[in-house]
Design a protein around this ligand. Structure first.
Ligand code: XMP
Length: 328
């Protein structure tokens, strides 16, 4: 951790050198570790000249939005703007069942909502101070830099980025405090910065969220069902101490499938959920995780007892390839 202290101090210094007194920075938070750590470092460097924006698309798992709104803010004191866009996303997703179409809709709405929030935040900063530079903080990691063929010194990259409602001469610069780090180092830096373990050790979660874990149309009621089942699965994995042994475990709701069951003294006709525990190095390939039987049993019993309308729990035992990690 001595090295982590150095990394944090070095980054804070270099961000101060880059930004100086020149302008306002903005950072989109996703709930994931990279954007959270990037934001926390920049916040240490420039304080309330950083505003974070979190778009709540209503597709997060139970407790995740609160983790950002409450726990991340408590840990960092960052200035956070939360945009509640749940209804907008649900409206846009109504009737959409094709996986690629879902991703497109979610991506498009996300950019619109984020840019509107960004324009509002920066617009206010420009009005107050007359600044002409805006800094965009991104949680780019070293592997992303290598993959996209980028070299050193790219913190000077200027990205012209059209956001409606901002002065034409406002210039955007990128701030990427994690450009030299790998994921495991980012987690250590996050711990060093005092971020909550739920954020620092969070497993990968797709941007489109639970929207691509409901097979069929995405509705509020289906999201609520899946959130309950997912929360139970995560709780039991944590209780069994398995969180760091697996890469991730999507829980998928087969919303358009019904299966017959018997509960109490009655026949039920409910939905199956699928547990998809995998181990992986980089998500390019994956193996299905051999979870202990007792853990699978507890998850199955609790989900079928506690989640009305779910009467069957199955486990996906397909590796990648041929299956992808997510079902959509
Ligand atoms: P697949 O399903 O392609 O997933 O094996 C590989 C990894 O990527 C995540 N994933 C996504 N992440 N937007 C994201 O930000 C997406 O649209 C998306 N789709 C999949 C998935 O959770 C896994 O970690």
């Amino acid at each position: 951790t001595w090295t982590m202290v150095n990394i944090v101090e070095e980054q804070i210094e270099s961000i101060r050198a880059q930004i100086g007194e020149r302008g306002h920075a903005i950072c989109g938070l996703s709930g994931g570790v990279d954007s959270a750590v990037a934001a926390a470092i920049v916040q240490r460097a420039i304080g309330d000249r950083l505003t974070c924006v979190y778009v709540d698309h209503g597709l997060m798992r139970q407790g995740e939005t609160e983790q950002v709104e409450r726990d991340f803010v408590a840990a960092t004191g960052v200035d956070l703007k939360v945009v509640d866009a749940e209804q907008r996303f649900l409206d846009a997703l109504a009737g959409v069942t094709d996986p690629e179409e879902k991703r497109k809709v979610i991506g498009r709405e996300f950019i619109r909502v984020f840019e509107a929030a960004e324009a509002e935040v920066l617009g206010e900063a420009v009005k107050e101070t007359g600044e002409t530079v805006a800094f965009l903080v991104q949680g780019t990691l070293y592997p992303d830099v290598v993959e996209s063929g980028g070299g050193a010194g790219a913190s000077n990259i200027k990205s012209h980025h059209n956001v409606g409602g901002l002065p034409d001469d406002l210039e955007f610069e990128l701030v990427e405090p994690l450009r030299t780090l790998f994921k495991d180092e980012v987690r250590l830096v996050g711990e060093q910065l005092g971020l909550p373990p739920e954020i620092v050790w969070r497993q990968p979660f797709p941007g489109p969220g639970l929207g691509i874990r409901i097979i069929g149309e995405v509705t509020r009621a289906r999201l609520d069902l899946l959130r309950q089942a997912d929360a139970i699965a995560r709780e039991e994995m944590t209780a069994a101490g398995l969180d760091r042994d697996i890469w991730q475990m999507p829980v998928v709701l087969l919303a358009d499938v019904r299966s017959v069951g018997v509960q109490g003294d009655g026949r039920t006709y409910g939905h199956p959920v699928v547990l998809r525990p995998v181990t992986s190095e980089d998500a390019m390939t994956a193996d299905w995780a051999r979870l202990p039987y007792e853990v699978m049993e507890r998850i199955s019993t609790r989900i079928t007892n506690e989640v009305e309308e779910v009467n069957r729990v199955t486990v996906d035992i397909t590796s990648k390839p041929p299956g992808t990690i997510e079902w959509e």
